[in-house]
Design a protein around this ligand. Structure first.
Ligand code: THU
Length: 157
């Protein structure tokens, strides 16, 4: 039997230690939590997407009384970016969440969003950085594939 160990690198640092453009992305993700439509979970998520043309597109989670019809902030943002700028690749995404008046420390994207991030990255042909925003710090991985190892993509079809 062959055994493979898969490793990911998760970086973590206070906000001030990150590049200025990523601090800006953090601020946009945090500000966007206030625009969430989350009357059911009261879990307000903001996602800010940095495009290769240096534009930032942001979006929040959109819930629905028929629960599965809602969508996470990350997917709203990535689909919006893809719809508005179909030929521009995504360089990075920052994700923040607020509930009970506090920013969530351990925010991490759900499996469905990781799948969409992987597709976005594969489509662009360049790695997409993912920033997970805490109250005063950020964690990051350098690619969507790192968050979805052994993932399913178009090459499997
Ligand atoms: N949610 C997101 O928008 N992104 C995540 O990464 C985790 C979960 C949303 C979905 C739902 O509106 C609420 O947060 C609670 O799950």
């Amino acid at each position: 039997m062959k055994e493979q160990k898969l490793r990911i690198t998760l970086k973590s640092a206070p906000l001030s230690e990150w590049d200025e453009q990523y601090q800006l992305l953090y601020k946009e993700a945090v500000a966007t939590t206030t625009k969430a439509y989350a009357p059911y979970s009261k879990f307000h998520v903001g996602a800010a997407v940095l495009l290769a043309n240096n534009e930032i597109v942001s979006a929040s989670n959109q819930e629905n009384a028929a629960y599965p019809s809602g969508l996470c902030a990350e997917r709203v943002a990535l689909f919006y970016a893809g719809a508005k700028y179909p030929d521009v690749s995504v360089k990075a995404i920052a994700i923040a969440a607020e509930t009970g008046g506090k920013l969530v420390e351990g925010i991490s994207p759900c499996g469905g969003c990781r799948q969409v991030m992987l597709e976005t990255e594969t489509r662009a042909g360049t790695p997409m950085k993912i920033f997970l925003c805490g109250a005063t710090s950020m964690r990051s991985v350098d690619s969507a594939a790192a968050l979805l190892p052994v993932g399913f993509d178009g090459s499997d079809l």
